[in-house]
Design a protein around this ligand. Sequence first.
Ligand code: HEC
Length: 116
Amino acid sequence: MLARAFAVLTLLATAACGGGGNRAELDGATLYELHGCATCHGDGGEGRSLGPPLADLGRHWDRENLARYLLDPEAVIAEDPRLSALDAEYPSEMRPFRNTTPEERLRIADFLLALD
Ligand code: HEC
């Protein structure tokens, strides 16, 4: 746990000091942790009181739609009755993760689709 936290801190420092577009390439699992997804969805996407489980997402999502959802959850929820119903079950909701690049959102999407 501590080792993992240290790894994340090191990555953050690398990302922060990289400058000039020299941003570190972080994998989907690390991005999931860095952006606080686990706070609501659990470390392994098992779900918590603040967010639903993220298992079997391939039934409803492809990677492009997931990436779009991370950028603009409100728009996607408005189009999707299943998500609106899910939203109503939880006290909080997804916020837009605008501080991610399109590439990073796709990497997070790939990580999510591999969860089961
Ligand atoms: C503040 C709590 C919170 C955080 C932080 C959060 N989520 Fe969510 N997430 C939710 C809630 C609540 C829902 C249910 C739909 C809604 O309310 O938007 C949801 C829905 C989802 C869904 C759709 C699940 C389904 O059944 O289709 C995915 C995928 C998802 N989140 C991924 C993420 C990722 C990836 C991150 C981090 C980048 C993240 N979430 C951060 C609370 C959160």
